[in-house]
Design a protein around this ligand. Sequence first.
Ligand code: PSU
Ligand code: MN
Length: 301
Amino acid sequence: MKKYIDYSKEVKEAIDANKPIVAIETAGTFEGFDYPENLKLAKLVTDKIRENGAVPAYIGIVNGRIKVGLEKDDMERLANPGRMLVKASRRDIPMLVAKEDDALTAVASTMMIADMVGIKVVTGGGIGGVHRGVQTSFDISADLKEFEKSNVVVVCSGAKSILDLNLTMEYLETHSVSIVGYKTLELPAYMATHSGIKLEYSFDTPKEVAKYMNVKEELGIKSGLLLVNPIAEEYSVDSDKMNMAIDNAIAKANEEKITGKIITKYILTEVAKEMGGESKEASIHLNVANADLASKISREL
Ligand code: PSU
Ligand code: MN
């Protein structure tokens, strides 16, 4: 794998100096926001990570190269591609490298690449999960499966609220994936603080997370940790308004027969239309807050 990997200058120096690094998924930032808002969010995220004394490493595929840390020109290239880029999950990586294509990385492929290069902490907005209506679509995100394979901690605000959060929790239990709340015992619903779903465990400090990861390492347990960080109340969207917008968006997606990997972006875009700037505002805050926590955890590790 190493021969296909390019590190940004900053990440290379961080590896050599054993400085803390945080891997960031590009799909949530660059697909989730239109250009140039996506670059503005990327700057807020990377500034926050640097402010905490860690080094940001946006993960992406550029011209078939696996980028660990994006230089400015690559950021621009992925943020403003002028075409719909593939949202790469684990299985897309070999094809994209072989075809020398550009692509955004979802949480799953970001976890895989981070784990391969020894980065222990991944951050993003929300992970994929079990989709609503899975009884017929059987649509379950590869993000969930990745937690069985990649030994990283993913700091996010839960699974996206457009999903079936109860079934997502069931899947995580079945596949022995640890999900822990950060200062909460309730699963956050991405841009809403509350989902009403109980968690069994919570951590209150980055030090506790680091201790858990070290103990897990010593036990030789290679699965990842899903650390869910609720969006601050003051930035949370109103749950009822959000769920109404989600129901409408899903109904529309079904009418238009949207399926597969494009459905996440489609539904989130429809929800954003119905909720106006509120959902975008919330999403920006939670991405920055997760980067803040992720960088503090990376320092402890
Ligand atoms: N598009 C967005 N926001 C997102 C994602 C795509 O506007 O957050 C991505 C995330 O990177 C997540 C992925 O990893 O969706 C899950 O996609 P799927 O359900 O197709 O596995
Ligand atoms: Mn899917």
